[in-house]
Write a protein that binds this ligand. Structure first.
Ligand code: AOF
Length: 154
């Protein structure tokens, strides 16, 4: 049975990028994966100083609203860079927080689906025709963690 997640306060909310799990990357603390992801749209652009502003915003909703502000010009390579940015953030989250790591491993081989009604890239979209890239990435993280465990047993 597929496992659906989306909002942080709904079932499997700990899989959401909006869940309150801090990550530390290159010595900097980010309150959520979403803060890190949205801020990195501005890396190398004239608005780069705003990355620090986003990092300090109190909620992931505010971080997302700022990163999605279309008045801002985001980095030209975002279309290809965003996967790597997301991977680093999501992997760090699941390596850092043992409770969510356990929850992810306990999903076994189930299909994970980000049940976003409006995101057809990271999510399944309203009609289910979306790519579900976040769900797929979480399944990759799950395999990575499992491989890491078996390597440590050798
Ligand atoms: N969980 C969740 C969302 N989903 C997240 O939105 C991000 C995609 O942002 P963008 O590339 O700017 O469209 C990505 O992290 C995806 O997981 N969006 C929300 O508005 N609320 C939410 O609770």
């Amino acid at each position: 049975m597929a496992i659906y997640f989306y909002k942080a306060d709904q079932p499997y909310g700990c899989f959401s990028n909006f869940s309150p799990h801090q990550i530390i990357i290159d010595g900097k603390e980010w309150p959520t994966v979403e803060h890190y992801y949205q801020a990195h749209k501005l890396l190398g652009t004239p608005d780069e100083p705003l990355m620090e502003v986003i990092r300090h915003l109190p909620t992931p909703e505010q971080a997302a609203a700022t990163g999605r502000d279309r008045d801002r010009i985001i980095r030209p390579d975002w279309g290809t860079a965003k996967r790597e940015v997301m991977w680093q953030a999501v992997l760090t989250k699941f390596l850092t927080h043992k409770d969510v790591q356990k929850a992810l491993l306990e999903t076994g081989e189930e299909l994970l689906v980000e049940d976003s009604p409006r995101d057809y890239y990271w999510g399944r979209g309203k009609d289910g025709s979306g790519e579900n890239q976040l769900g797929k990435m979480l399944m990759e993280v799950r395999s990575y963690l499992r491989n890491q465990f078996w390597q440590s047993q050798l």
